[in-house]
Design a protein around this ligand. Structure first.
Ligand code: SF4
Length: 74
C-alpha cells in the first residue's frame, strides 16, 4: 500500500497527459481527454508525487495518509 493518496480535479484538467506519462498505472486519460484515477496504488509514492508536480494546472493533489498533511500543492 502506498502512503500518498491522490485526488484529481477533472474540471481543472486540460488533458496534457504528463501525469499519465509519469505514472501510467495510477492515471489515464478518459474518452473526454480528462484525467481518471485507475488505481491509488498503481505507482509508488514518489512517482505519484512527481506526476502531480508535472501537472501544468495543478489538477492533482497529494495527501499523506499517515499524517493527513497535504504534500502537493504546497
Ligand atoms: S497532467 Fe494535469 S492536465 Fe495533464 S492529464 Fe494529468 S491531470 Fe490533466
Amino acid at each position: 500500500m502506498t502512503k500518498y493518496r491522490v485526488v484529481v480535479d477533472k474540471d481543472k484538467c486540460i488533458g496534457a497527459g504528463s501525469c499519465v506519462n509519469l505514472a501510467g498505472l495510477t492515471f489515464r486519460l478518459g474518452d473526454d481527454n480528462k484525467v481518471e484515477l485507475i488505481d491509488q496504488d498503481g505507482n509508488g509514492d514518489e512517482e505519484k508525487l512527481v506526476a502531480a508536480q508535472a501537472c501544468p494546472v495543478m489538477a492533482i493533489k497529494i495527501i499523506n495518509t499517515a499524517t493527513g498533511e497535504t504534500v502537493w500543492p504546497k
